[in-house]
Design a protein around this ligand. Structure first.
Ligand SMILES: O=c1nc[nH]c2c1ncn2[C@H]1C[C@H](O)[C@@H](COP(=O)(O)OP(=O)(O)OP(=O)(O)O)O1
Length: 259
């Protein structure tokens, strides 16, 4: 295997999004450098954690162990206040069939049918982790607050995007994705106050997470350096700032709020 980084997901949408955000962050990293859990022989561990972070760690640990590569994983879903945070970690199989986006969304809308608009608060929640083969583990979590719509709006995106509207937004996440896809992820990320395609989920990272993340970025840049495409940030203490590409953006690429 020639890959240098593994993305521990079977979800093609996630692979595409994570790749699109990683690429500009790690100059010289090509698609061939990145393995995913879809490759033959990759483990499919039972996701029996009780939290988003727990499940993300299960996925990343398994792939880091089997490939010997740093592995990034995400676990995500929608949490509805009036339902006590459900579907939560069960978002992908809410209707009983894993990954059946339309059935999952239809069931949730039906369950919430009688709930008035003022009580439809929900959040899109995401945990992202990076696990290195030598045992370093970085976890970050975040949420995009918003509300559940009454019917699907928009064709873009996947999962629960058509029935979720972020706070302060006038478009569902599926509608909002349209413009992002047309403009391209990289340019979209540079807009002032822009939110990333995963819906701006991660807001807080601990100081330890930021510190460790820097090391991991340097490690990846160090690998890239061997190909002659060294990034000028490599090898220096690189503190993330609100306006610069940050190490935390690499580790939690779809969710660092840049306000
Ligand atoms: O940006 C998103 N916008 C809307 N919905 C989303 C998004 N990202 C994930 N989702 C939904 C799809 C699925 O119902 C659940 C994730 O479930 P989750 O278990 O984390 O992932 P998964 O089973 O699809 O793939 P895998 O475990 O291989 O990473 O949340």
């Amino acid at each position: 295997m020639t890959a240098r980084l593994a993305i521990a997901t079977h979800n093609a949408h996630k692979v595409g999004e994570i790749w699109a955000i990683l690429a500009p962050e790690v100059p010289g990293l090509t698609r061939e450098d990145v393995a995913s859990a879809k490759e033959p022989g990759a483990p499919s561990p039972v996701e029996d954690g009780t939290s988003f972070a727990g499940n993300a760690l299960i996925k990343a640990r398994a792939l880091a162990a089997s490939t010997g590569l740093p592995a990034i994983a995400d676990d995500s879903g929608i949490a509805v206040d009036v339902m006590g945070g459900a579907p939560g970690i069960f978002s992908a199989l809410w209707s009983g069939r894993h990954g059946a986006d339309q059935e999952n969304l239809d069931l949730l809308l039906a369950q919430m049918e009688d709930i008035p608009d003022g009580h439809r608060a929900a959040a899109f929640v995401c945990a992202a982790v990076l696990v290195t083969p030598d045992g370093r583990e970085i976890v970050c979590e975040g949420r995009q607050p918003g509300r559940l719509l009454r019917a699907a709006q928009g064709e873009h995106g996947f999962g629960y995007d058509p029935i979720f509207m972020g706070e302060g937004q006038t478009l569902s996440n599926a509608e909002a994705r349209r413009g992002r896809e047309e403009r391209g992820v990289a340019s979209w990320r540079r807009l002032p106050g822009a939110r990333t395609p995963r819906g701006a989920v991660a807001r807080r990272l601990t100081s330890r997470c930021s510190r460790d993340a820097t090391n991991v970025v340097q490690m990846l840049h160090g690998d890239v350096d061997r190909t002659g495409a060294r990034d000028p940030r490599a090898g220096t203490a690189h503190e993330p700032t609100a306006n610069s590409p940050s190490s935390t953006a690499l580790i939690c690429p779809w969710g660092v709020a840049r306000s």
